[in-house]
Structures are given as structure tokens and as C-alpha cells.
Design a protein around this ligand. Structure first.
Ligand SMILES: NC(=O)c1ccc[n+]([C@@H]2O[C@H](COP(=O)([O-])OP(=O)(O)OC[C@H]3O[C@@H](n4cnc5c(N)ncnc54)[C@H](OP(=O)(O)O)[C@@H]3O)[C@@H](O)[C@H]2O)c1
Length: 322
């Protein structure tokens, strides 16, 4: 079948080692199901994989892609949950020490077909297109858990979203607004700040700018470049939820004094559960909020999408269709 995959790594030029071609048809083990992919979306994770981060040499060749929407074996429209658990695991999907996400241990979604555990499909409502639904399982699910589970935010609270142009960040802005939060956002780029306002931010600021208010929570995916600003933006007792470190994970100043003195909380967040994915789908169905799609490309042109992400030349999600 057609697939977009990695068969080697390049830390310096990941897009140059991307393979677009044929891979063997997947075979569903007992208890797994085959989904025919109609749309799949790109995440920063896919670039990390080509760099050899989070993907082992022994697992190559590996079809990339964590996110997909498509048709199950009975022709039902479904969204694929990307977190694959150990079959014996019964708790929160994201706390399973043996969990992986598609394209780490099991072949990913940038292909005609993907096999997943039968419990890893969630019904897609007709109100969401395949392209929109394909944005949800990684970036949007991560944003949902950050805001509502780990951040504990509720209508009326104020949240700061760092790095407004990113896939997770645009999801945080749209979901935060849909849920009645006051949403502040930062971006280095003026055009991205303007777009952040269009998708629901109440106010936007240059990265690192002084804010007019202290916020209840900050949503971090940028890391090193914005960490200090995030700590300083919080009210006493506020919370930073962090799910990524795009600009690096080494800090010059972790702001530890401020963290203990103002009794701040720093909470990690990774992906989400299938229950949270179903709740996210319901939230979009009910509110009419929709993922922001930067561009839709046929999967055969995946290289173009990877190159745009590598250059940071995007606002919202890049979606591949079959
Ligand atoms: N833990 C999880 O479950 C999970 C799930 C999804 C993603 N992630 C992680 O979250 C991060 C974001 O993922 P994504 O797919 O949203 O990536 P992305 O679309 O590439 O977004 C990255 C954003 O970070 C900002 N940024 C990058 N370098 C910066 C710098 N030096 N200074 C200020 N801002 C900078 C940019 O915002 P502006 O250009 O607007 O300033 C950019 O739009 C990645 O590290 C990814 O691995 C984690």
C-alpha cells in the first residue's frame, strides 16, 4: 500500500530522509481493527521521528503519522485514538508505562490503512469533516487535557497560550474560547498574532511582553524561549501546564524562587485518554468550534507539508488526504 515513512534518521535535515512509496499491507492482530485512512494530520512529533527522537533504529522502517480519521471495517466514520496501551493496562491511558503512540512502536497513519486496537476508535460525528477530525487525536487531544484535566480551568478563568502559531497552541486558543475562558496569546510574529485574534484569542502580545493581568494558568509548548515569561505571568497559586519544549528544554533560569514563593504549580501533560478524545469530539460537535487547518495536501505531497513545518511556516494543522 502507499505510505509515508522513515527508514533512516537525520538530525540536521530530517525532511531529506522522508520516504514516500510502498509498504506492506498491515495485518490486524487479534483484538485489533483496520481503519481505511481518509485524512491524517502532521505533528511536530513526525519531524522529531525523522530526527531519531522518540523512534528507535530497530523499529525502522516506520510509517509516520499519529493522527487519522477514516472508515472502520464496517464502513463507520471514526477518529483514531493514537495512544496504544499494553493490553493488560486498565488505568488512565496516558499513565501506562508501556504506552506508545502510533508511529513509535506500531506503524503510523500516513498510509492507505492503519491497524489499531479495537478500543482505539471513537465515532466521528457527521458535523466534522474527515480533515477536521484528523486534526484531533494528538494536538487537539493534548490541548484538551492541558486545559481541562491538568489545568482544571473553567469558564471565566484567564489562560495564557505561548507560541500562538503552533498546532497545539491554535487548539488551545480555539478550545479555550469555546469553553468560556479569557484567552491571552503570544507569538513572535505579527501576522500570527492577528490570526490568533481571528480564531478566538481575546488579546495577543509579542513573545515576552508584559501582560496587563496575571493569569490563572499558562499553557506551555515552547519551553526554553518562553519559560521565564510563563512563570512571571502567573497569579499566586497559578499553574503552568507543559506538554512540549519546541525551542529547547535547557533553562538558564528555572525561576525556582518565584515558583515556591508564589506557590505555583508546574504540571506535565501528555496526549489524553480515549474518553477525553470522545469528550473533545462532543465539545466540537456541540459548540461548532473547529480545528484550524493551515493547508490540505494529498498524502503523495507529504514532503511539502514536512518542509513547511520544519521552517515553522504554518498556522494551524497540515492535513494529508487519501
Ligand atoms: N506531550 C504531548 O502529548 C504532545 C503532543 C503534541 C505536541 N507536543 C509537543 O508540543 C510542541 C508543539 O507541537 P506542535 O505540533 O504544536 O508544534 P508547532 O506547530 O511546530 O508549534 C511550535 C510553536 O512554537 C513556537 N516557537 C518555536 N520556537 C520558538 C521560539 N524560539 N520562541 C518563541 N516561540 C517559539 C512557535 O510559535 P510562534 O511562531 O507563534 O511564536 C511555533 O508556532 C512540540 O514540542 C511537540 O513535540 C507534545
Amino acid at each position: 500500500m502507499f505510505a509515508v515513512y522513515a527508514d533512516q534518521f537525520s538530525a540536521d535535515d530530517p525532511v531529506s530522509v522522508l520516504q514516500v512509496g510502498e509498504r506492506p499491507d498491515p495485518v490486524a492482530p487479534d483484538g485489533w481493527t483496520t481503519v481505511t485512512v481518509r485524512a491524517a494530520s502532521l505533528n511536530h512529533h513526525d519531524l522529531w521521528s525523522l530526527k531519531g527522537v522518540g523512534l528507535r533504529q530497530e523499529a525502522l522502517p516506520m510509517i509516520l503519522g499519529c493522527d487519522a480519521a477514516g472508515l472502520d471495517e464496517d464502513g463507520n466514520e471514526v477518529v483514531v485514538h493514537a495512544v496504544v496501551n499494553d493490553p493488560r493496562w486498565t488505568g488512565d491511558d496516558t499513565l501506562d508505562p508501556k504506552r506508545s503512540i502510533l508511529s513509535e512502536r506500531h506503524q503510523g497513519t500516513f498510509a492507505e490503512r492503519v491497524v489499531v486496537p479495537a478500543r482505539n476508535v471513537v465515532a466521528k460525528p457527521a458535523s466534522l469533516s474527515f480533515e477536521e477530525a484528523a486534526c484531533l487525536p494528538t494536538a487537539w487531544l493534548t490541548a484538551y487535557r492541558m486545559l481541562f484535566t491538568q489545568g482544571g480551568l473553567k469558564a471565566g478563568d484567564t489562560v495564557l497560550v505561548q507560541g500562538a502559531g503552533g498546532g497545539v497552541a491554535t487548539a488551545l486558543i480555539t478550545l479555550g474560547r469555546a469553553a468560556g475562558l479569557r484567552v491571552l496569546a503570544t507569538s513572535r510574529d505579527e501576522a500570527k498574532r492577528a490570526r490568533a485574534l481571528e480564531i478566538g484569542a481575546h488579546e495577543v502580545f509579542e513573545s515576552g511582553a508584559r501582560l496587563p493581568v496575571k493569569v490563572d494558568a499558562v499553557m506551555e509548548t515552547v519551553g526554553r524561549a518562553t519559560w521565564s515569561h510563563s512563570v512571571r505571568a502567573l497569579r499566586p497559586g497559578g499553574t503552568i501546564v507543559i506538554s512540549g519544549t519546541t525551542s529547547g528544554a535547557q533553562l538558564d533560569d528555572a525561576e525556582l524562587t518565584r515558583i515556591f514563593f508564589l506557590q505555583l504549580r508546574v504540571v506535565g501533560s501528555t496526549m489524553g485518554t480515549s474518553g477525553e478524545l470522545a469528550a473533545l469530539v462532543n465539545l466540537l460537535d456541540t459548540t461548532g468550534a473547529r480545528p484550524l487547518v493551515d493547508r490540505v495536501l494529498p498524502m503523495t505531497q507529504a514532503r511539502e507539508g514536512f518542509a513547511a513545518m520544519a521552517q515553522g511556516d504554518l498556522f494551524g494543522k497540515i492535513v494529508f488526504t487519501r
